[in-house]
Design a protein around this ligand. Structure first.
Ligand code: TXA
Ligand code: MG
Length: 351
């Protein structure tokens, strides 16, 4: 049974490689989220990826390839620290922003001179990239519409993009569920441009830099709607500290709103006076960041389908293990970018 299934998956991978070679667009699984792939030398396929996502053309794509030792084929300069990260963390949920080589067309990088590079740690993604061969690579943003939540199952991709893509490779639910950590280099200094699930302490250790942890989320309310949000559900989302969460729910409920209260802390929420109220749904998330991260996007999609008026989300705990989750929730709530920067501000300082 297992052998038969893996044979048919193998056939699908070979078919997907053919679709990519012929200029098609294929959604495929990675360990983080599903990607929407085009072979990078095919400019019309790359253009279609932007069109399907409704993504602005100056917003760069990440280039995926299979063999970490070929980093210098895709990047024209590789700082010592980037090389160390690649050697130790690839395949894995890490994207390096480096000067692009002549093998990476400018339309893939939104005209930038740098390129995001990643070797994903997923057997289906790696098999697909190997099948394409060492001279080819796949540009793949997350397989969702611009600004929306990334898909973590093939069914999410199908529901959101449906027939717009030529093929969807189903590799099951994503193991990590949050997008890769992005590390760039400003001059010689490494900068974490997007926190992911690689522990910050591990990055600091490999880079030989001191880690400066972000301050805990201090603000209590996010007013949705006014600001451009990203990684966002369709239902407006607000972030609240535990003490104020249920109070806010009851306030909105009194105005006739239907809300979900999304918690992680193992308090007895049913004693908060809302449990019997059918207009206040309680949605419990894991109190541990790996499981929370894996479930976050699927949970937000599920809550979206209930067509509530608001999602009230308990601010996650402080600390580096929650940094990626805090970052995505902040963006989902439409927090101004300067706050994003200071809040998510995972700075690395030279020792
Ligand atoms: O986990 C992931 O990284 C997933 C999977 C599919 O690999 N991909 C992903 O791609 O999240 P996307 O396009 O949704 O997000 C890529 C982010 C964007 O915010 C983009 O601005 C940034 O990476 N990025 C890509 N290339 C860049 C560059 N040359 N300079 C600065 N930022 C870049
Ligand atoms: Mg994305």
């Amino acid at each position: 049974m297992i052998a038969a299934e893996s044979y048919s998956l193998q056939d699908e991978i070979i078919a997907a490689a053919t679709v990519l070679r012929e200029g098609g667009v294929v959604a495929f699984p990675t360990e983080t989220v599903y990607g929407l792939g085009a072979e990078i030398s095919n400019s019309s396929a790359v253009r279609r990826v932007f069109e399907i996502k409704k993504r602005p053309a100056d917003h760069p794509l990440i280039v995926h390839f299979a063999d970490a030792s070929r980093l210098n084929h895709w990047a024209r300069e590789v700082p010592e620290q980037a090389l160390r990260l690649a050697e130790l963390l690839w395949p894995g949920p890490l994207t390096l922003i480096l000067p692009r080589s002549r093998h990476v067309p400018a339309n893939v990088t939104g005209g930038q001179d740098t390129v995001g590079l990643r070797v994903p740690d997923h057997p289906v993604a790696l098999a697909l990239l190997h099948e394409l061969g060492p001279e080819r690579a796949v540009a793949a943003p997350s397989a969702n519409r611009f600004g929306r939540i990334s898909p973590t199952t093939a069914a999410h991709v199908k529901a959101e993009l449906g027939d717009a893509v030529d093929m969807i490779l189903d590799g099951g639910p994503c193991r990590i569920g949050l997008e890769s950590t992005i590390v760039g280099f400003e001059g010689k200094s490494p900068v974490i441009l997007r926190p992911g699930t690689i522990p910050m302490e591990e990055l600091a250790e490999i880079l030989g830099e001191t880690l400066v942890l972000p301050p805990p989320m201090a603000r209590t309310v996010r007013v949705p709607g006014a600001l451009a949000s990203h990684y966002a559900p369709a239902t407006p989302l607000e972030l609240w500290r535990s003490e104020l969460l249920w109070q806010r729910a009851l306030e909105l409920e009194a105005d006739g709103w239907r809300v979900a209260v999304v918690t992680w802390s193992p308090k007895n929420w049913s004693q908060r006076g809302g449990a019997k109220n059918k207009n206040v749904v309680h949605f419990s998330m894991p109190a541990e960041p790996v499981s929370y991260g894996r479930q976050l996007y699927a949970s937000l999609r599920q809550l979206d389908s209930e067509r509530l008026d608001r999602l009230l989300v308990e601010i996650p705990p402080a600390g580096s293990a929650w940094a990626a989750i805090a970052d995505r929730l902040r963006r989902a709530s439409g927090t101004p970018s300067e706050e994003l920067q200071s809040g998510a501000g995972i700075a690395l300082q030279a020792r």
